[in-house]
Design a protein around this ligand. Sequence first.
Ligand code: AMP
Length: 428
Amino acid sequence: MPAFKTVRGMRDFLPKDAERMRHVEQISRELAQLYGYGEVITPVVESYDLLAAKTGEEIRERMYAFEDFGGRKVALRPEFTASVARLMATKMRNKPKPLRLFSVGSLYRYDEPQFGRFREFWQANYELFGSDKPEADAEILMLTNDLLVRLGLRNFYFKIGHMGILRGILVKEGLGEDQQNSIMQLLDKKRWEEALVIARSAGVSQNCLTTLKKIFEIRGKDVFGVLKRAEEGVQDYEKAVAAVKNLWEILEVVGGSGVELEVMVEAGFARGLEYYTGIVFEPYVSEIEMALSGGGRYDKLIELFGGESIPAVGVAQGIDRIVLAMKKQRVPPRIAGERMVVVVSIEKESRAKAMELSSMLRNAGLAVEVEVMGRSISKALSDADRRGVAYAVIVGPEELKERKVVLRDMKKREQRVVEIKSLCEEIL
Ligand code: AMP
Protein backbone atom coordinates (compact mmCIF):
# COMPACT_ATOMS: atom_id res chain seq x y z
CA MET A 1 0.00 0.00 0.00
CA PRO A 2 1.26 3.53 -0.65
CA ALA A 3 1.88 5.74 2.39
CA PHE A 4 -1.13 8.03 2.24
CA LYS A 5 -0.61 11.73 2.83
CA THR A 6 -3.03 14.59 3.30
CA VAL A 7 -4.13 16.25 0.08
CA ARG A 8 -2.18 19.43 -0.77
CA GLY A 9 -3.51 22.39 1.21
CA MET A 10 -5.31 20.13 3.72
CA ARG A 11 -4.10 19.58 7.27
CA ASP A 12 -4.44 17.12 10.12
CA PHE A 13 -4.69 18.68 13.55
CA LEU A 14 -3.01 16.53 16.19
CA PRO A 15 -4.31 16.97 19.75
CA LYS A 16 -2.25 20.05 20.73
CA ASP A 17 -3.09 21.96 17.57
CA ALA A 18 -6.68 20.77 17.57
CA GLU A 19 -7.00 22.02 21.13
CA ARG A 20 -5.73 25.45 20.15
CA MET A 21 -8.24 25.66 17.29
CA ARG A 22 -11.10 24.48 19.46
CA HIS A 23 -10.12 26.90 22.20
CA VAL A 24 -10.52 29.85 19.82
CA GLU A 25 -13.77 28.33 18.62
CA GLN A 26 -15.02 27.95 22.18
CA ILE A 27 -14.20 31.51 23.16
CA SER A 28 -15.87 32.78 19.98
CA ARG A 29 -18.95 30.74 20.84
CA GLU A 30 -19.03 32.14 24.38
CA LEU A 31 -18.72 35.62 22.93
CA ALA A 32 -21.65 34.94 20.61
CA GLN A 33 -23.73 34.16 23.67
CA LEU A 34 -22.54 37.23 25.54
CA TYR A 35 -23.56 39.47 22.64
CA GLY A 36 -26.82 37.68 21.85
CA TYR A 37 -25.86 35.96 18.58
CA GLY A 38 -27.84 32.77 18.01
CA GLU A 39 -25.97 29.98 16.28
CA VAL A 40 -27.08 28.67 12.88
CA ILE A 41 -25.62 25.57 11.27
CA THR A 42 -25.73 25.69 7.49
CA PRO A 43 -24.46 23.06 5.02
CA VAL A 44 -20.90 22.86 3.73
CA VAL A 45 -22.31 22.15 0.25
CA GLU A 46 -24.40 24.95 -1.29
CA SER A 47 -25.58 25.69 -4.80
CA TYR A 48 -22.81 27.14 -6.93
CA ASP A 49 -25.01 30.02 -8.06
CA LEU A 50 -25.69 31.15 -4.50
CA LEU A 51 -22.00 31.12 -3.59
CA ALA A 52 -20.93 32.73 -6.86
CA ALA A 53 -23.52 35.51 -6.78
CA LYS A 54 -21.62 38.22 -4.99
CA THR A 55 -18.28 37.00 -3.77
CA GLY A 56 -15.38 38.50 -5.64
CA GLU A 57 -13.92 37.15 -8.85
CA GLU A 58 -10.99 35.71 -6.95
CA ILE A 59 -13.03 33.55 -4.61
CA ARG A 60 -15.35 32.55 -7.44
CA GLU A 61 -12.43 31.13 -9.40
CA ARG A 62 -11.15 29.23 -6.39
CA MET A 63 -14.27 27.43 -5.33
CA TYR A 64 -14.30 23.66 -5.01
CA ALA A 65 -17.16 23.39 -7.48
CA PHE A 66 -18.53 20.17 -8.92
CA GLU A 67 -21.65 18.52 -10.21
CA ASP A 68 -23.33 16.16 -7.76
CA PHE A 69 -24.82 12.81 -8.83
CA GLY A 70 -28.13 14.55 -9.41
CA GLY A 71 -26.56 16.88 -11.95
CA ARG A 72 -26.71 19.94 -9.64
CA LYS A 73 -23.93 22.44 -9.83
CA VAL A 74 -22.72 22.76 -6.23
CA ALA A 75 -19.64 23.96 -4.36
CA LEU A 76 -18.02 23.69 -0.94
CA ARG A 77 -18.69 26.96 0.86
CA PRO A 78 -15.81 29.46 0.58
CA GLU A 79 -17.44 31.74 3.19
CA PHE A 80 -20.44 31.88 5.50
CA THR A 81 -22.09 35.13 4.53
CA ALA A 82 -23.84 33.78 1.42
CA SER A 83 -25.43 30.93 3.41
CA VAL A 84 -26.57 33.16 6.24
CA ALA A 85 -27.91 35.73 3.78
CA ARG A 86 -29.82 32.91 2.04
CA LEU A 87 -31.44 32.10 5.38
CA MET A 88 -32.36 35.74 5.87
CA ALA A 89 -33.91 35.95 2.42
CA THR A 90 -35.94 32.76 2.95
CA LYS A 91 -36.64 30.91 6.21
CA MET A 92 -35.83 33.80 8.49
CA ARG A 93 -37.25 36.64 6.43
CA ASN A 94 -40.09 37.32 8.82
CA LYS A 95 -38.11 37.21 12.03
CA PRO A 96 -38.16 40.44 13.99
CA LYS A 97 -35.12 42.64 13.62
CA PRO A 98 -32.46 43.16 14.73
CA LEU A 99 -31.32 39.61 14.29
CA ARG A 100 -27.89 38.45 15.35
CA LEU A 101 -26.53 35.19 13.94
CA PHE A 102 -23.36 33.24 14.63
CA SER A 103 -21.82 30.40 12.66
CA VAL A 104 -18.55 28.55 12.98
CA GLY A 105 -16.97 25.85 10.87
CA SER A 106 -14.72 24.99 7.97
CA LEU A 107 -14.51 26.71 4.61
CA TYR A 108 -12.82 25.77 1.36
CA ARG A 109 -10.88 27.82 -1.16
CA TYR A 110 -8.44 26.56 -3.76
CA ASP A 111 -5.86 29.14 -2.66
CA GLU A 112 -2.13 28.62 -3.15
CA PRO A 113 -1.04 27.04 0.15
CA GLN A 114 1.44 29.11 2.15
CA PHE A 115 1.90 30.42 5.68
CA GLY A 116 -1.55 31.47 6.91
CA ARG A 117 -3.30 30.37 3.74
CA PHE A 118 -4.87 26.96 3.48
CA ARG A 119 -7.42 25.23 1.30
CA GLU A 120 -9.47 24.23 4.31
CA PHE A 121 -9.69 26.79 7.09
CA TRP A 122 -12.02 27.81 9.90
CA GLN A 123 -13.96 30.96 10.67
CA ALA A 124 -16.20 32.19 13.45
CA ASN A 125 -18.75 34.39 11.78
CA TYR A 126 -21.03 37.04 13.28
CA GLU A 127 -23.77 38.81 11.32
CA LEU A 128 -26.09 41.54 12.56
CA PHE A 129 -29.19 42.09 10.41
CA GLY A 130 -31.75 44.85 10.36
CA SER A 131 -29.82 47.93 11.43
CA ASP A 132 -28.12 50.54 9.29
CA LYS A 133 -27.10 52.55 12.35
CA PRO A 134 -23.48 53.24 13.33
CA GLU A 135 -24.07 51.39 16.62
CA ALA A 136 -24.40 48.15 14.68
CA ASP A 137 -21.10 48.67 12.87
CA ALA A 138 -19.51 49.69 16.17
CA GLU A 139 -20.81 46.51 17.83
CA ILE A 140 -19.20 44.28 15.18
CA LEU A 141 -15.90 46.11 15.52
CA MET A 142 -15.95 46.02 19.31
CA LEU A 143 -16.95 42.37 19.39
CA THR A 144 -13.93 41.56 17.23
CA ASN A 145 -11.72 43.55 19.56
CA ASP A 146 -13.26 41.75 22.53
CA LEU A 147 -12.53 38.34 21.01
CA LEU A 148 -8.88 39.13 20.37
CA VAL A 149 -8.45 40.56 23.88
CA ARG A 150 -10.13 37.56 25.50
CA LEU A 151 -7.81 35.26 23.58
CA GLY A 152 -4.81 37.08 25.01
CA LEU A 153 -3.54 38.77 21.84
CA ARG A 154 -1.67 42.06 22.26
CA ASN A 155 -0.72 45.04 20.11
CA PHE A 156 -3.23 44.45 17.37
CA TYR A 157 -4.76 47.23 15.35
CA PHE A 158 -7.70 47.62 13.02
CA LYS A 159 -7.25 48.75 9.45
CA ILE A 160 -10.49 50.49 8.59
CA GLY A 161 -11.98 51.94 5.43
CA HIS A 162 -15.36 52.49 3.80
CA MET A 163 -16.43 51.09 0.45
CA GLY A 164 -18.70 54.10 -0.04
CA ILE A 165 -15.70 56.40 -0.41
CA LEU A 166 -14.34 54.70 -3.54
CA ARG A 167 -17.69 53.56 -4.91
CA GLY A 168 -19.10 57.05 -4.33
CA ILE A 169 -16.38 58.47 -6.56
CA LEU A 170 -16.64 55.81 -9.26
CA VAL A 171 -20.44 55.89 -9.42
CA LYS A 172 -20.46 59.59 -10.03
CA GLU A 173 -17.99 59.00 -12.85
CA GLY A 174 -20.54 56.66 -14.39
CA LEU A 175 -18.65 53.40 -13.86
CA GLY A 176 -20.76 50.25 -13.82
CA GLU A 177 -20.61 47.74 -11.02
CA ASP A 178 -18.30 45.34 -12.85
CA GLN A 179 -15.77 48.07 -13.52
CA GLN A 180 -15.99 49.17 -9.90
CA ASN A 181 -15.49 45.61 -8.73
CA SER A 182 -12.34 45.07 -10.78
CA ILE A 183 -10.92 48.27 -9.33
CA MET A 184 -11.82 47.15 -5.78
CA GLN A 185 -10.14 43.77 -6.31
CA LEU A 186 -6.92 45.51 -7.31
CA LEU A 187 -7.10 47.91 -4.38
CA ASP A 188 -7.65 44.98 -2.01
CA LYS A 189 -4.27 43.75 -3.22
CA LYS A 190 -2.70 47.22 -2.89
CA ARG A 191 -2.20 47.35 -6.67
CA TRP A 192 -2.99 51.07 -6.80
CA GLU A 193 -1.26 51.83 -10.09
CA GLU A 194 -3.16 49.12 -11.94
CA ALA A 195 -6.40 50.33 -10.40
CA LEU A 196 -5.70 53.79 -11.78
CA VAL A 197 -4.99 52.33 -15.23
CA ILE A 198 -8.37 50.60 -15.25
CA ALA A 199 -10.11 53.75 -14.05
CA ARG A 200 -8.41 55.77 -16.76
CA SER A 201 -9.35 53.31 -19.48
CA ALA A 202 -12.93 53.33 -18.21
CA GLY A 203 -12.95 57.01 -19.09
CA VAL A 204 -13.02 58.74 -15.69
CA SER A 205 -12.26 62.46 -15.49
CA GLN A 206 -8.84 63.93 -14.67
CA ASN A 207 -10.33 65.26 -11.44
CA CYS A 208 -11.33 61.71 -10.54
CA LEU A 209 -7.81 60.38 -11.13
CA THR A 210 -6.33 63.15 -9.00
CA THR A 211 -8.89 62.47 -6.28
CA LEU A 212 -8.19 58.74 -6.32
CA LYS A 213 -4.43 59.26 -6.09
CA LYS A 214 -4.94 61.59 -3.16
CA ILE A 215 -7.29 59.16 -1.46
CA PHE A 216 -4.84 56.27 -1.77
CA GLU A 217 -2.39 58.26 0.31
CA ILE A 218 -4.72 59.32 3.07
CA ARG A 219 -4.14 57.00 5.99
CA GLY A 220 -3.03 57.14 9.58
CA LYS A 221 -3.76 56.46 13.21
CA ASP A 222 -4.94 59.96 14.00
CA VAL A 223 -8.49 58.84 13.17
CA PHE A 224 -10.41 62.10 12.99
CA GLY A 225 -7.53 64.01 11.39
CA VAL A 226 -7.41 61.39 8.64
CA LEU A 227 -11.18 61.48 8.18
CA LYS A 228 -11.08 65.26 7.89
CA ARG A 229 -8.48 65.03 5.16
CA ALA A 230 -10.50 62.32 3.42
CA GLU A 231 -13.62 64.47 3.53
CA GLU A 232 -11.78 67.40 1.98
CA GLY A 233 -10.20 65.09 -0.59
CA VAL A 234 -13.54 63.82 -1.91
CA GLN A 235 -15.56 67.02 -1.63
CA ASP A 236 -16.74 66.88 -5.26
CA TYR A 237 -18.38 63.50 -4.69
CA GLU A 238 -21.40 63.72 -2.37
CA LYS A 239 -21.76 59.99 -1.82
CA ALA A 240 -18.11 59.70 -0.88
CA VAL A 241 -18.51 62.58 1.56
CA ALA A 242 -21.50 60.81 3.11
CA ALA A 243 -19.38 57.66 3.44
CA VAL A 244 -16.65 59.53 5.31
CA LYS A 245 -19.28 61.01 7.61
CA ASN A 246 -20.72 57.56 8.26
CA LEU A 247 -17.27 56.24 9.18
CA TRP A 248 -16.80 59.26 11.41
CA GLU A 249 -19.99 58.48 13.29
CA ILE A 250 -19.10 54.82 13.73
CA LEU A 251 -15.67 55.63 15.08
CA GLU A 252 -17.14 58.28 17.34
CA VAL A 253 -19.40 55.64 18.91
CA VAL A 254 -16.46 53.27 19.30
CA GLY A 255 -14.25 56.03 20.69
CA GLY A 256 -16.89 57.16 23.14
CA SER A 257 -17.50 53.64 24.44
CA GLY A 258 -14.39 53.67 26.57
CA VAL A 259 -13.06 50.57 24.83
CA GLU A 260 -9.54 51.21 23.65
CA LEU A 261 -9.17 50.27 20.03
CA GLU A 262 -6.11 50.96 17.96
CA VAL A 263 -7.32 52.09 14.57
CA MET A 264 -5.58 52.85 11.31
CA VAL A 265 -7.93 54.58 8.90
CA GLU A 266 -7.10 54.06 5.24
CA ALA A 267 -9.31 56.02 2.87
CA GLY A 268 -8.34 53.88 -0.14
CA PHE A 269 -8.82 50.54 1.62
CA ALA A 270 -11.12 48.10 -0.15
CA ARG A 271 -11.95 44.46 0.44
CA GLY A 272 -12.28 42.02 -2.44
CA LEU A 273 -15.73 40.69 -1.56
CA GLU A 274 -18.16 42.42 -3.88
CA TYR A 275 -21.07 42.67 -1.51
CA TYR A 276 -19.58 45.25 0.85
CA THR A 277 -21.31 48.63 0.81
CA GLY A 278 -20.11 50.45 3.95
CA ILE A 279 -17.38 50.17 6.55
CA VAL A 280 -14.74 47.49 5.93
CA PHE A 281 -12.12 46.46 8.44
CA GLU A 282 -9.37 43.96 9.19
CA PRO A 283 -7.43 43.40 12.41
CA TYR A 284 -3.66 42.85 12.22
CA VAL A 285 -0.82 41.97 14.56
CA SER A 286 2.69 43.08 13.63
CA GLU A 287 4.03 39.50 13.77
CA ILE A 288 1.91 38.41 10.78
CA GLU A 289 1.39 40.30 7.56
CA MET A 290 -2.04 38.84 6.90
CA ALA A 291 -5.38 40.02 8.27
CA LEU A 292 -6.69 37.94 11.17
CA SER A 293 -10.33 38.61 10.28
CA GLY A 294 -12.39 40.52 7.78
CA GLY A 295 -15.57 42.44 8.31
CA GLY A 296 -17.86 45.02 6.88
CA ARG A 297 -21.31 46.23 6.01
CA TYR A 298 -23.31 44.73 3.15
CA ASP A 299 -26.72 46.30 2.78
CA LYS A 300 -27.74 44.92 -0.62
CA LEU A 301 -27.05 41.21 -0.37
CA ILE A 302 -30.33 39.96 1.12
CA GLU A 303 -32.28 41.81 -1.54
CA LEU A 304 -30.14 40.20 -4.20
CA PHE A 305 -31.10 36.79 -2.87
CA GLY A 306 -34.76 37.64 -3.24
CA GLY A 307 -35.49 38.93 0.23
CA GLU A 308 -36.54 42.38 1.34
CA SER A 309 -33.98 45.07 1.64
CA ILE A 310 -32.31 44.32 4.97
CA PRO A 311 -29.19 46.17 6.06
CA ALA A 312 -26.46 43.95 7.46
CA VAL A 313 -23.01 44.12 8.98
CA GLY A 314 -20.77 41.23 9.93
CA VAL A 315 -17.33 39.83 10.50
CA ALA A 316 -15.51 36.58 9.79
CA GLN A 317 -12.82 35.80 12.35
CA GLY A 318 -10.08 33.66 10.83
CA ILE A 319 -9.50 30.99 13.47
CA ASP A 320 -6.37 29.55 11.83
CA ARG A 321 -4.64 32.91 11.62
CA ILE A 322 -5.69 33.86 15.15
CA VAL A 323 -4.03 30.64 16.35
CA LEU A 324 -0.89 31.52 14.35
CA ALA A 325 -0.86 35.00 15.92
CA MET A 326 -1.26 33.50 19.40
CA LYS A 327 1.69 31.20 18.75
CA LYS A 328 3.83 34.08 17.43
CA GLN A 329 2.99 36.16 20.49
CA ARG A 330 3.62 33.15 22.70
CA VAL A 331 0.22 33.32 24.29
CA PRO A 332 0.38 30.22 26.49
CA PRO A 333 -2.02 27.51 25.41
CA ARG A 334 -4.41 26.26 28.01
CA ILE A 335 -2.40 23.42 29.45
CA ALA A 336 -4.26 20.20 28.87
CA GLY A 337 -2.33 18.44 31.64
CA GLU A 338 -3.35 20.99 34.22
CA ARG A 339 -5.62 19.40 36.80
CA MET A 340 -5.33 16.20 34.83
CA VAL A 341 -5.35 13.19 37.11
CA VAL A 342 -4.08 9.68 36.47
CA VAL A 343 -5.46 6.81 38.47
CA VAL A 344 -3.22 3.78 38.83
CA SER A 345 -3.93 0.60 40.71
CA ILE A 346 -1.10 -1.25 42.41
CA GLU A 347 -2.45 -4.68 41.65
CA LYS A 348 -5.08 -6.44 39.57
CA GLU A 349 -7.51 -6.75 42.46
CA SER A 350 -7.90 -2.99 42.80
CA ARG A 351 -8.31 -2.16 39.08
CA ALA A 352 -12.12 -2.08 39.27
CA LYS A 353 -11.81 0.28 42.22
CA ALA A 354 -9.50 2.46 40.08
CA MET A 355 -12.24 2.61 37.47
CA GLU A 356 -14.81 3.54 40.11
CA LEU A 357 -12.64 6.33 41.50
CA SER A 358 -11.98 7.65 38.00
CA SER A 359 -15.72 7.98 37.40
CA MET A 360 -16.14 9.70 40.74
CA LEU A 361 -13.45 12.28 39.89
CA ARG A 362 -14.84 12.86 36.39
CA ASN A 363 -18.27 13.43 37.87
CA ALA A 364 -16.66 16.17 39.93
CA GLY A 365 -15.45 17.75 36.68
CA LEU A 366 -11.85 16.58 36.70
CA ALA A 367 -10.09 15.22 33.61
CA VAL A 368 -8.99 11.70 34.46
CA GLU A 369 -6.91 9.11 32.66
CA VAL A 370 -7.01 5.64 34.09
CA GLU A 371 -3.99 3.36 33.68
CA VAL A 372 -4.85 0.76 31.05
CA MET A 373 -1.43 -0.60 30.17
CA GLY A 374 -0.93 -2.71 33.30
CA ARG A 375 2.36 -0.92 33.94
CA SER A 376 4.20 -0.79 37.25
CA ILE A 377 3.53 2.24 39.45
CA SER A 378 6.95 3.71 38.75
CA LYS A 379 6.54 3.39 34.96
CA ALA A 380 3.02 4.83 35.06
CA LEU A 381 4.19 7.74 37.21
CA SER A 382 7.19 8.59 35.08
CA ASP A 383 4.95 8.61 32.02
CA ALA A 384 2.49 10.91 33.82
CA ASP A 385 5.40 13.13 34.80
CA ARG A 386 6.64 13.37 31.22
CA ARG A 387 3.19 14.47 30.07
CA GLY A 388 2.81 17.14 32.73
CA VAL A 389 -0.06 15.48 34.60
CA ALA A 390 -0.91 17.28 37.85
CA TYR A 391 -1.96 14.46 40.20
CA ALA A 392 -1.72 10.70 40.47
CA VAL A 393 -4.12 8.65 42.56
CA ILE A 394 -2.54 5.36 43.58
CA VAL A 395 -5.00 2.70 44.55
CA GLY A 396 -3.58 -0.06 46.72
CA PRO A 397 -5.04 -2.81 48.94
CA GLU A 398 -3.61 -1.52 52.22
CA GLU A 399 -5.11 1.96 51.96
CA LEU A 400 -8.35 0.65 50.48
CA LYS A 401 -9.02 -1.31 53.66
CA GLU A 402 -9.32 2.04 55.42
CA ARG A 403 -11.21 3.63 52.50
CA LYS A 404 -8.15 5.63 51.57
CA VAL A 405 -5.84 6.09 48.58
CA VAL A 406 -2.47 7.72 47.97
CA LEU A 407 -2.66 11.15 46.33
CA ARG A 408 0.55 12.30 44.66
CA ASP A 409 1.16 15.90 43.65
CA MET A 410 3.28 15.35 40.55
CA LYS A 411 4.74 18.86 40.42
CA LYS A 412 5.78 18.97 44.08
CA ARG A 413 6.72 15.30 44.06
CA GLU A 414 4.93 14.82 47.38
CA GLN A 415 2.39 12.23 48.30
CA ARG A 416 0.11 11.46 51.20
CA VAL A 417 -2.71 9.16 52.14
CA VAL A 418 -6.18 10.73 51.87
CA GLU A 419 -9.69 9.53 52.52
CA ILE A 420 -11.61 8.61 49.37
CA LYS A 421 -14.55 10.72 50.44
CA SER A 422 -12.45 13.87 50.47
CA LEU A 423 -10.37 13.04 47.36
CA CYS A 424 -12.19 15.46 45.05
CA GLU A 425 -11.81 18.39 47.43
CA GLU A 426 -8.13 17.57 47.93
CA ILE A 427 -7.54 17.89 44.18
CA LEU A 428 -9.89 20.80 43.43
P1 AMP B 1 -12.59 36.74 3.94
O1 AMP B 1 -13.69 35.72 4.07
O2 AMP B 1 -11.82 36.60 2.66
O3 AMP B 1 -13.06 38.11 4.25
O4 AMP B 1 -11.52 36.38 5.06
C1 AMP B 1 -11.76 36.57 6.42
C2 AMP B 1 -10.67 35.87 7.20
O5 AMP B 1 -10.70 34.48 6.93
C3 AMP B 1 -9.27 36.27 6.82
O6 AMP B 1 -8.87 37.41 7.52
C4 AMP B 1 -8.48 35.06 7.25
O7 AMP B 1 -8.21 35.08 8.64
C5 AMP B 1 -9.42 33.94 6.97
N1 AMP B 1 -9.07 33.31 5.69
C6 AMP B 1 -9.52 33.61 4.45
N2 AMP B 1 -8.97 32.80 3.54
C7 AMP B 1 -8.15 31.96 4.20
C8 AMP B 1 -7.28 30.88 3.82
N3 AMP B 1 -7.18 30.50 2.57
N4 AMP B 1 -6.58 30.24 4.80
C9 AMP B 1 -6.70 30.63 6.09
N5 AMP B 1 -7.49 31.61 6.50
C10 AMP B 1 -8.21 32.28 5.57
